[in-house]
Design a protein around this ligand. Structure first.
Ligand SMILES: [Zn+2]
Length: 503
């Protein structure tokens, strides 16, 4: 998270990108709102502390580097200002309107439609005039969702609900999609303090509702100059990484962290820097992983024929990748946007298609099931591999959020699939093929050539481990494989549903 853009890496977008890359950040959340305004200090008194004048350059630079940028804001609820907490029954409505207005501008700059709700002390029912704060929170969420039904919200507030019982946790927890609790172990010196705080924080929130969580560690200066030590931060990140509920971890905030703390962040055991950019082997068309790590195939190409036969398909016509709701989707290769479908009225739902010219060959990738309103590109736009094109979701024929990708090779479609130039994308994906092992799921013959008439070398039984060596031709219908145990190589038909990746 970032508080003051101008204080982060000197306010220099190139330096900010360099730091984000060095730290391995996949997402940066920048403060965009304070109460009803898009800055959080009076610009006359604090001319160097407002965010918005630097917002465009920072957001564009980060997005161009393949790093997601989200917004967050501080909300007061009923308080008219943060010193007197004057009663103002309409303030939460005004703040909701401000969130929508600010986030629309933010998204227009390339930011993601993801907003962090930071509500703390002003929402506590401390003074006589501050009662009914749950209802105040209700008005905020109701107004905001009426203005922007698809805006993705995460909560960022106190670590332990039991320590702040006058804060309306249930209403905030029910109003958001995910959680980024402030796990701030201020003053504690034990190396495992952050890890212990994280465990308790998750337990206390889970008593209300299980949410995907990206816990925040403190990298600012606490009481008496206390700071989280690098060893504490490393232990905190390791604990988060080990807990499947934590889909990431972060710090508050980059602009207040010391060099030693940043070095600890850089050691965090996540490798989900945005996909990109494995340079493809020269002369070959290749696809980068088009969404975030962990790189998980949730439905392979060619399988589940009973689901797809009714649509005239032999099996699953593309590849499904793990991509929770709101996950960024990136162009898998350089190309030009050939179609944008913003309306959820077709099998792929809200989706984007890219054309890729490779020599005289023409490929097309289709990315399906995006969030309504999340498409970041327009038809005709040239996009680079790794460029953000939209956010994953569950629109169209989909039963849960994921990314579906279809690959077409004009005039060279798979004879087996025999549909719309579709080929098996797997062998084009540098993360899957070759190199990683494959396990035989459906026994089949190893042949001397990529042809059902070629001689049979032997039957490969179920559970044989093979390495994929090369395309065997015909739209991915044949692969050249080598049996790992014996070194024998040959050609295997229909690997899409007969081989299972070892990831
Ligand atoms: Zn699919």
């Amino acid at each position: 998270m970032v508080w003051k853009l101008r204080a982060w890496a000197g306010g220099d977008p190139a330096a900010q990108v360099a730091m984000a890359k060095r730290l391995g950040l996949s997402s940066v959340s920048v403060k965009v709102q304070n109460g009803t305004v898009r800055r959080w200090e009076n610009p006359e008194n604090y001319p160097h502390n407002q965010n918005w004048d630097l917002m465009a350059s920072t957001v564009r630079a980060l997005v161009a580097a393949g790093i997601e940028v989200t917004g967050w804001g501080w909300l007061y609820g009923r308080a008219a200002d943060n010193e007197t907490y004057k009663l103002d029954a309409d303030l939460s409505l005004m703040e909701a309107t401000a969130t929508a207005d600010i986030m629309r501008d933010f998204v227009a700059l390339g930011g993601a439609p993801v907003f962090g709700v930071d509500a703390e002390a002003p929402y506590k029912e401390v003074y006589p005039e501050r009662t009914g704060m749950a209802g105040v929170a209700d008005r905020y969420f109701d107004r905001l969702y009426s203005l922007w039904p698809d805006l993705i919200l995460y909560l960022c507030t106190y670590r332990y609900p039991t320590l702040h019982q006058t804060f309306p946790f249930p209403r905030f927890i029910s109003g958001v999609h995910s959680n980024a609790p402030q796990v701030y172990w201020l003053g504690e010196t034990a190396v495992d303090a952050g890890a212990r705080n994280l465990s308790r924080s998750l337990n206390e929130y889970n008593a209300y509702r299980w949410m995907e969580t990206v816990p925040m560690a403190p990298t600012y200066s606490g009481p008496s100059g206390w700071r989280a030590s690098p060893a504490q931060l490393i232990a905190f990140f390791a604990a988060a990484k080990a807990n499947p509920q934590c889909v990431g971890a972060g710090v508050w905030c980059l602009d207040l962290a010391t060099a030693a703390q940043l070095d600890a962040v850089a050691q965090a055991p996540w490798d989900d820097t945005p996909p990109a950019p494995v340079p493809p082997p020269a002369e070959e068309f290749r696809l980068a992983w088009p969404t975030m790590a962990p790189k998980v195939v949730t439905q392979a190409y060619g399988i589940n024929p009973y689901l797809y036969n009714p649509y005239g398909l032999k099996g699953h016509e593309g590849i499904d990748l793990r991509a929770p709701n709101g996950t960024p989707v990136y162009a898998a290769a350089d190309g030009v946007v050939s179609r944008v479908e913003p309306i959820d009225n077709n099998a792929y739902g809200v989706h984007v298609r890219l054309k890729h010219l490779h020599g005289t060959d023409e490929y097309e990738t289709v990315y399906g099931h995006f969030t309504v309103g999340s498409i970041r590109v327009v038809v005709g736009l040239a996009v680079a591999r790794g460029q953000l094109i939209g956010l994953a979701d569950d629109t169209g024929n989909s039963s849960a959020a994921h990314l579906h990708m279809t690959l077409k090779h004009r005039g060279h479609g798979s004879p087996w699939m025999a549909k719309s130039d579709i080929v098996n994308p797997t062998p084009y994906m540098v993360d899957l093929f070759p190199g990683k092992g494959w396990i035989v799921d459906v026994a089949g013959n190893l042949r001397t050539g990529p042809d059902l008439g070629a001689s049979i070398k032997r039957l490969l039984p179920v559970n044989t481990l093979v390495d994929a060596l090369d395309f065997g031709g015909e739209g991915g219908d044949w692969w050249e494989v080598r049996v790992r145990a014996t070194g024998e190589s040959g050609y295997y038909w229909n690997p899409g549903y007969k081989l299972r990746a070892v990831l």
